[in-house]
Design a protein around this ligand. Structure first.
Ligand SMILES: N[C@@H](CCC(=O)N[C@@H](CS)C(=O)NCC(=O)O)C(=O)O
Length: 320
């Protein structure tokens, strides 16, 4: 037990040190340590500022302007994957959430906690240069900018743990309310089906001619882990209430379900057919207010994004 706590402490601290290093340039080691563990407020702002031309994306506040004003404006800028339109008679980029489970999980958490934020959509085919500098080498999203310090936080695990820590340290929130709000750090919660995204995409990339049985089996094994974890008696991974793992996983399972049904050649709705507990759990998660506010995509756009990613990955494989 003691060694697990120690392990969690060091893993978390180390991840954040790496993260803060990325954001703020060279800082003496002891300062990184104290900043990482003790005070997020004092994190150094990242030096780069996106140029106005790089900020073409539309801004959609999760709260009305009046509500934001009452709270002193948005506290976070959230950079998420936008939807690229490739089908039909339109082509280009649109301000709509793309099929990125990592982007969605961050939005869900902000919505659950009613934290004021603004969304900015990133076209992954045309990433702004500042993003590549903030989150090298791939410039992946989501990325969050904490407007109180100017710090950029990258990677959805780190972002959600960061927001968790913010709540834990917020003195204006009573301990009772905190208990209801806190979801646990990712390193503290057990997450079934942790590899579902990779397994799903491997399966998606197989063709009927190229087999795919092994990939399908691996995807089903992942779903089985979740099937064995949740039930009517235990509606969420966290028990009676969702925890950090529920929010990390729900977008991944949702996209896998839609992808198997709508995109996979010869596929079907594997969740609907084989995993009733997963189906009910997903239904609960998708019914939350946070999901309805954040998940601003439709099935067509998910299909479009997945096919586009398959094309990109296929091309890369050919190049190798
Ligand atoms: N470990 C990262 C993964 C994020 C990720 O893979 N994001 C994808 C979109 S879903 C991305 O930005 N990929 C870069 C690209 O496609 O160029 C996280 O949890 O935030």
């Amino acid at each position: 037990m003691g060694s697990k706590l120690l392990h969690n402490f060091f893993t978390r601290t180390y991840t954040r040190i790496l993260d803060i290093k990325k954001c703020s340039g060279p800082i003496p080691f002891y300062q990184q340590f104290s900043k990482a563990v003790i005070n997020y407020e004092k994190m150094q702002p990242y030096q780069l500022k996106p140029s106005p031309a790089e900020m073409q994306a539309p801004i959609i506040p999760n709260t009305t302007p009046t509500q934001q004003q009452q709270r002193g404006g948005p506290a976070y800028e959230v950079y998420v994957m936008g939807h690229s339109i490739k089908d039909g008679n339109q082509e280009g980029f649109q301000g709509q959430l793309g099929a990125c489970p990592y982007s969605l999980r961050v939005l869900l958490l902000l919505e659950e906690r009613e934290l004021p934020y603004v969304v900015k959509f990133i076209n992954l085919d045309n990433k702004p240069s500042w993003l590549l500098k903030v989150n090298p080498p791939t410039g992946s999203v989501p990325v969050v900018k904490d407007l109180s310090s100017g710090a950029y936080i990258v990677d959805s695990d780190t972002i959600n743990d960061y927001l968790e820590e913010k709540i834990a340290q917020d003195e204006s929130i009573t301990e009772d309310v905190k208990k209801q709000m806190l979801l646990g750090h990712m390193s503290d919660v057990a997450m079934p089906a942790a590899d579902i995204n990779g397994c799903f995409f491997d399966y998606l990339m197989t063709t009927p001619r190229g087999g795919g049985e092994r990939e399908e089996e691996r995807l089903k094994e992942q779903l089985q882990q979740l099937e064995d974890t949740v039930s009517n008696e235990k509606p969420y991974i966290g028990g009676k209430h969702p925890n950090a793992a529920d929010f990390a996983l729900a977008p991944r399972v949702y996209f896998a379900k839609v992808g198997c049904k709508e995109v996979k050649e010869g596929g079907g709705d594997v969740v609907e057919e084989l995993f009733p507990n997963v189906k009910s759990w997903l239904h609960r998660m998708c019914g939350r207010k946070s999901w309805r506010n954040a998940a601003s995509f439709d099935t067509e756009s998910i299909i479009g994004d997945m096919k586009h990613k398959m094309e990109k990955v296929g091309k890369k494989k050919q190049e190798v």
